[in-house]
Every structure is written in structure tokens, then in C-alpha cells.
Design a protein around this ligand. Structure first.
Ligand SMILES: Cc1cc2nc3c(=O)[nH]c(=O)nc-3n(C[C@H](O)[C@H](O)[C@H](O)COP(=O)(O)OP(=O)(O)OC[C@H]3O[C@@H](n4cnc5c(N)ncnc54)[C@H](O)[C@@H]3O)c2cc1C
Length: 327
């Protein structure tokens, strides 16, 4: 235990994939601090497989809070559960997955610990004074803020798909079951209904084609679907097409999904900062827009200035021939 009484890096997310991503960055931070890395699992009937996976993905310790009252997420019960793990591990760094639930939980845990919390970090590091530092997007993604935690424990939330999962290794770690006194909930859930899920997660698609208001009517999106078929891509859109026109259910951007595909093709999209915030981590961005001054061209790696109604069918035809698809 260090002089301050805090040691180790702890990671928690109710989203298991995100937890493994946190363990990836957590391992790097723990190595820099010369300390241990732990994972926290909270829920009801937690399977041994998840514990093993956390260890394989770099956790030295896995704190498990398993209780029937933790079957469904509630900040009222998950906060004391996470605090119990913090009490057991006394971490100097706590990483929480920046899901909707994580963003609800993190500030409450920070308040209980009288700690600072850096939210939505897209980089994390340890500075020369051994403090946790991070970068986060501000002003709709147009600028980056550098932040540092001045007080321990140091906390940060991290959105999904920012860090890579570590390579799973055949390693050993300690599983620590914890018991916690959970409060009687002040809120009763009367009914739960399954949300209608999209059949795929756009975040998982290696290639995405996005349409914007350059498309004059819903039927025209078929042009893009044909291109998507040739590229094995998923189709998504800007916010107005989903939120205002209801052509699709979900959109990409600051208030929508943040994607990191290998290829993103933006068609009839102007490239406002709110949209760019969702695509800036794409490996390659191709834009098609009739206005050569459109801001999307500042972000795109390749640009075609032209009418999408001519460019997209021509591109689809050319790619079909080049890729030998559909005869
Ligand atoms: C709080 C807040 C959050 C927001 N969050 C998001 C978000 O998450 N995601 C998002 O996308 N937006 C978001 N927005 C909306 C955002 O500000 C823009 O309004 C939106 O991104 C613009 O969408 P667009 O590019 O489809 O439309 P427009 O800005 O109207 O652009 C249409 C483009 O199509 C081009 N075009 C027109 N005809 C053709 C043609 N025939 N061929 C080729 N090009 C053509 C035009 O030159 C133009 O550049 C948000 C706004 C607010 C206020």
C-alpha cells in the first residue's frame, strides 16, 4: 500500500466488452504505476466464464458482487455494490465504462468517495507526478480538453470502442467474492419491456455508408443500399434523416452512435461538427457532396464533388465490375 493508502487500477462496466476494453487501457496505466489491475463484476448469477475472461484480459483480481437484488441495474443498489469493491481494493484509479448506466453511476460514486471524475475520456495516461490525465472532446467535438485528476482516488469514464481489448493470455488471478448490505430501493420497477433492437450494432460494422439531406426522398436511399450491398457495408444516416424525417431509427454523431469503421462513405452529408464527432475515428473517410465548400471535405481522406444521383450509381456499377460482384 502506498503512502496515500490507495493502490491499483480498478475497472468496472456492466457491458462486458467495454469492461475488457477498460482492462486493456487499465493494464497500461497499472504498469506505469507499478501496481495491480482489478475488474469488478456486479449482478445476479455471474458466470465463472466472465471471471475467467477478466483474468485472461489482464485483471490480477476480480471483485464479484453477486446478489439477487442486483439482477437489474439500479443506481440505488449498484452504487453501494461498486463502493464495496472500492473499499476492498482501495484503488488509486477507477475506470468506469461510459455507457448510459455508467454515466449515471460514476458521478454518484465520485461524490461518495469525494473524488474527481473525468468523463468521456478518449485518451488516458499517467503524468510525471503519477497523476491520471486524459483527453476529452469538448464543444461538440471541435476541440480537445486535457484534464488531470488532482485527488485520489482518480476516476474516469471511457466510452465504448475507444481502447482495444488486450490480447487474452493464459494467466492467473484472484477472484474475490464480496457481500454487501444493499439498501431497500426507493423506486419500484412496475414493468420491463424488451426494447426493439436494431438487428445489428452499427459500431461493429467494418464498413458504413451514411446518407444525409442530400437525398431528396426516402426511396432514393435505395441507391445507397445498392452501394452498401457491393461494399458489404451497413447503412446509417445523419440526425435529421432519423430524428426529423423518420427514414431510419438511429443516426451517427454526437447525439447518436460513434463509429470507428475501416471505411466510412458520407453521401450528401454536409459534415457539421455534430456528425463529425461520430465518425472522426473512422480509418478512411470518403465524401460525396455537390458543394465543393462542404465542411465534410475538411475531414474526408477522399472526396468526390458531384451530384450523388449520378456519382453513386456510377460508383456502384464500377465497384460491381471491379469486385466481380453480382456478375
Ligand atoms: C444538440 C445537437 C446534436 C446533434 N447531433 C447530431 C448527430 O449526432 N448527428 C448528426 O448527423 N447531426 C446532429 N445534429 C444536427 C447537425 O447539426 C446537422 O443539422 C446535421 O448533421 C446535418 O445533416 P446533413 O449533413 O444530412 O444535412 P445538411 O447539413 O443539410 O447537408 C446536406 C448536404 O448535402 C449536399 N447535397 C445536396 N444535394 C446533393 C446532391 N444531389 N448530391 C450530393 N450532395 C448533395 C449539400 O451540399 C449539403 O452539404 C445535432 C444538432 C444539435 C443541435
Amino acid at each position: 500500500m502506498s503512502g496515500t493508502g490507495f493502490k491499483g487500477v480498478m475497472a468496472y462496466s456492466e457491458n462486458h466488452d467495454l469492461l475488457l476494453e477498460l482492462l486493456g487501457v487499465g493494464r497500461r496505466l497499472a504498469d506505469k504505476l507499478g501496481t495491480e489491475l482489478s475488474a469488478v463484476l456486479i449482478g445476479c448469477g455471474i458466470c465463472e466464464e466472465k471471471e475467467k475472461e477478466a483474468v485472461k484480459h489482464s485483471a490480477d483480481n476480480v471483485y464479484v458482487v453477486d446478489d439477487p437484488r442486483l439482477e437489474f441495474f439500479s443506481v440505488e443498489t449498484y452504487k453501494p455494490a461498486l463502493l464495496e469493491a472500492v473499499k476492498a481494493g482501495s484503488p488509486e484509479v477507477i475506470l468506469i465504462g461510459g455507457t448510459k448506466r455508467g454515466e449515471e453511476l460514476a458521478p454518484r460514486v465520485a461524490t461518495a468517495l469525494d473524488a474527481g471524475c473525468m468523463t468521456d475520456c478518449i485518451t488516458l495516461d499517467i503524468d510525471v507526478e503519477k497523476r491520471l490525465t486524459g483527453r476529452r472532446m469538448t464543444y461538440g467535438g471541435s476541440t480537445l480538453a486535457e484534464v488531470v485528476c488532482l485527488k485520489k482516488p482518480q476516476m474516469a469514464t471511457v466510452p465504448p470502442k475507444v481502447f482495444e481489448k488486450p490480447t487474452p493470455l493464459d494467466r492467473t488471478g484472484e477472484v474475490v467474492p464480496l457481500k454487501v448490505d444493499l439498501p431497500e430501493p426507493k423506486v419500484k420497477v412496475v414493468e420491463r419491456r424488451e426494447k426493439q433492437q436494431a438487428t445489428f450494432r452499427i459500431e461493429d460494422a467494418p464498413t458504413v455508408v451514411g446518407c444525409g439531406r442530400g437525398f431528396k426522398k426516402k426511396e432514393d436511399v435505395k441507391l445507397l443500399e445498392e452501394l452498401a450491398g457491393v461494399l458489404d457495408a451497413k447503412v446509417s444516416c445523419t440526425r435529421p434523416l432519423a430524428a426529423d424525417y423518420h427514414w431510419m431509427q438511429e443516426w451517427i454523431g454526437l447525439s447518436g452512435h460513434k463509429i470507428r469503421p475501416k471505411l466510412y462513405v458520407a453521401v450528401g452529408i454536409s459534415g457539421t461538427i455534430q456528425h463529425i464527432a461520430g465518425i472522426r475515428d473512422a480509418q478512411t473517410i470518403v465524401a460525396v457532396n455537390s458543394d465543393e465548400e462542404a465542411p465534410i471535405f475538411n475531414t474526408a481522406d477522399y472526396g468526390v464533388v458531384g451530384d450523388l444521383y449520378k456519382v453513386i450509381p456510377a460508383l456502384t456499377k464500377e465497384l460491381k465490375e471491379k469486385l466481380g460482384k453480382y456478375g
